[in-house]
Design a protein around this ligand. Structure first.
Ligand SMILES: Cc1ncc(C[n+]2csc(CCOP(=O)(O)OP(=O)(O)O)c2C)c(N)n1
Ligand SMILES: [Mg+2]
Length: 336
């Protein structure tokens, strides 16, 4: 795809990818300092997928995300102040500090939730697409999921239902080639996961997920088609994560990837290759990109500051905002 892009779009794609990258670098720093409890799954290296896909959407389009969801949330317009507050477990977090990294949701801007259960966002997306169809609305749903998730039973069931009911949902498989330490060379017999779309009766395509323009242009085209034809689509983006499966992986010394392999994909860095392209094409200047870098760094510092100054939730609020609680047999005040 060689479509020309405007300067505004080029700078916006660049800014969002840098924001995703710098956000994750700060998150890793805060996990290592124990300011964020538990662990997180970094999106470093995969930025072109979330940014390319979400930049091709309307505000009222919906997404479901995964355990590696920060990039999706940022790209769909999530406010990083509330995201950091959520990660630090503070009341000002987008989910009042009770969801954490893997359960960030913001339905007001079309984010139906990250999800700690592998594959579980896919049927949620299909349910949302069914609502859109029943209510005769014209928005679409994007469901992000990984190569590992692609082998979950619920993903197959959801894709089949989306197909028989002709639902406006785009399944975006982020094939970063590993599920924790299991390579796709072991878990898949086929070259491209998008081939599976044929079995459900809709179209699929595999693209270079390290190239933000390729992702953006393909998504634009697919979204238009899905919006007008009310048919699902499976878009597979081949990508790579630079960090471990989760932030503390390094200390486990798992050694399932070679340094050569990691360096090969680092040489295809989506941010570096895109900035080189737009500089070489004369779309923008080095100073404009440097200004964006500085702006993002300041924005992140301010967001962390906002989060640190926010209060922790009160223990007495622990059972508020919950969909389910343990059944004790004794009716609790406020349950019904
Ligand atoms: C149903 C379920 N099974 C297993 C896990 C443990 N787990 C968390 S992430 C992950 C790997 C997912 O791989 P993939 O879908 O490729 O996503 P990636 O981590 O590569 O982004 C596994 C097995 C889980 N959270 N949920
Ligand atoms: Mg994977």
């Amino acid at each position: 795809m060689t479509e020309k892009i405007t300067k505004n779009l080029a700078l916006e794609l660049y800014r969002k990818m840098v924001l995703c990258r710098k956000f994750e670098e700060k998150v890793a720093e805060l996990v290592n300092k124990n300011e964020i409890y538990g662990t997180t799954h970094e999106y470093v290296g995969e930025e072109a997928v979330a940014v390319g896909v979400c930049s091709a959407l309307r505000n009222n389009d919906l997404i479901t995300s995964t355990h590696r969801g920060h990039g999706h949330i940022i790209s769909k317009g999530g406010d990083i102040r509330y995201m950091f507050a959520e990660l630090l477990g503070r009341v000002n977090g987008c989910n009042k500090g009770k969801g954490g990294s893997m359960h960030i949701a913001d339905p007001g801007i079309g984010i139906l939730g990250a999800n700690g259960i592998v594959g579980a966002g896919v049927p949620i997306a299909v349910g949302a697409a069914l609502t859109i169809k029943i209510k005769k609305m014209d928005n679409v749903v994007i469901s992000f999921f990984g190569d590992g998730a692609s082998n979950q039973g619920v993903v197959h069931e959801a894709m089949n239902m989306a197909s028989i009911w002709n639902l406006p949902v785009i399944f975006v498989c982020e094939n970063n080639q590993y599920a924790v330490s299991t390579s796709v060379k072991y878990s898949l017999k086929i070259e491209n996961i998008s081939e599976r779309s044929k079995a459900y009766g809709f179209e699929g395509k595999t693209i270079d997920g390290m190239d933000v323009l390729e992702v953006y242009n393909n998504t634009k085209e697919i979204v238009n088609k899905v919006r007008s034809e009310n048919k699902p689509f499976l878009l597979e983006c081949k990508t790579y994560r630079y960090s471990g499966h989760f932030t503390a992986e390094k200390i486990l010394n798992l050694n399932y990837r070679t340094e050569d392999e990691i360096n090969y994909y680092k040489s295809k860095c989506p941010i570096l290759s895109f900035s080189t392209k737009i500089l070489n094409d004369g779309i923008c200047t080095k100073k404009e990109l440097d200004d964006i870098d500085n702006l993002v760094i300041n924005q992140i510092d301010e967001a962390v500051d906002f989060a640190r100054k926010s209060k922790s939730p009160e223990p007495s609020d622990a059972l508020k905002d919950m969909y389910a609680t343990e059944y004790t047999g004794i009716p609790q005040k406020g349950w019904i």
